[in-house]
Design a protein around this ligand. Sequence first.
Ligand SMILES: Nc1nc2c(ncn2[C@@H]2O[C@H](COP(=O)(O)OP(=O)(O)OP(=O)(O)O)[C@@H](O)[C@H]2O)c(=O)[nH]1
Ligand SMILES: [Mg+2]
Length: 365
Amino acid sequence: MSMRFVMVGGFLGAGKTTTIARLAKMYQDRGFKVGIVTNDQATDLVDSNSLRSQGYDVGEVAGACFCCNFNELTRTVESLESRRAPDVVLAEPVGRCTDLVATVVQPLRQLFGQKFDVAPYAVILKPSHGRKILKNERNSGFSPKAAYIFLKQLEEADAVLINRIDELSRGEIDELAALIEQAHPGVPLLRVSAKSGEGFDALTELLDQRGGFGRRILDLDYDIYAEGEAELGWLNSSVVVSATKNFSLDQLLLDVINRLRDAMANEGETAHLKAIGLGEGFYGVANLVSSDSRPELSLPSNCEAKQINLIVNARVAIDPKQLQSHVEREVAAAAAARNATADFRQTQSFRPGRPVPTHRMAAAI
Ligand SMILES: Nc1nc2c(ncn2[C@@H]2O[C@H](COP(=O)(O)OP(=O)(O)OP(=O)(O)O)[C@@H](O)[C@H]2O)c(=O)[nH]1
Ligand SMILES: [Mg+2]
């Protein structure tokens, strides 16, 4: 029997991991066994650690995105299969990737059609940047090349999800819906909140559909795509924070994100800053999804500890060396404010390289 493969796309910080965690729970409640695949160019992923801490079986494709490391994607799914034989595999691509229909959906269908039963490809719209980009405002926060990627992601979607409706007014939701409808007439549009679960019954219904989905192959300029990607500083750090007295993990996480936000406020737009703190048997996650929004404790631990493992993932439109020095300085300062030390075990910081897909299908089946 084939495995249902559900990939959920969307820009950095759009809500993919939150959506996938909620979908995983919904599929489990329906009696399905679920596996999840996360993806990044580097190791030490906040998302894998968060989803594992929430109890899910997670395989990680680290080192290159799904499109450029397609064989690792299928190998990772095979290893999930050998462990628990999932009925549904949920996959989160890197949030600055596009062309996923031509490089992931279609190759799975054309080369592994016996094994994978690919669901419609839903893409989450991030309202904070989406409204400005869709309105073509000059001050969208990102450069035109980054905006190009954002728009291409929507163009290949079988359905667009307007996320975060829990914090949007009816007027704001209608405005976004009209902008998407104008750009992509006829594409199903769902209003959802990954946080509250609103709209998720309609989403699972959509994802259960079978038929002519995953066929919107993009006309994509790989030079603009590569240049847009390279504008981002990308950083994954793993740090041990230790003190002699207990400190609040949640306050530390928020402090780290707040300090980074303040330090980089005038340097470049934040696409997503996230930090997970892992103690023995508990964890917490804090995020910032745009320079002009507020840091949020998305998954509070409500715990204190003397020592925790901290993983910071930062995707910000600044030079990666600058990004690294900000992270090192602000994490050390947040630790020092608790009489703690920050021992950086590993940091990877870079500009994403040019995407070179393993397969690119020019025609859809
Ligand atoms: N208010 C609100 N916040 C949300 C919603 N969905 C996600 N968030 C928050 O948005 C932030 C980013 O969510 P993630 O699920 O990590 O986003 P992502 O798309 O996986 O991000 P990357 O993996 O970095 O690309 C977190 O702070 C979430 O709690 C929502 O529906 N409402
Ligand atoms: Mg994520």
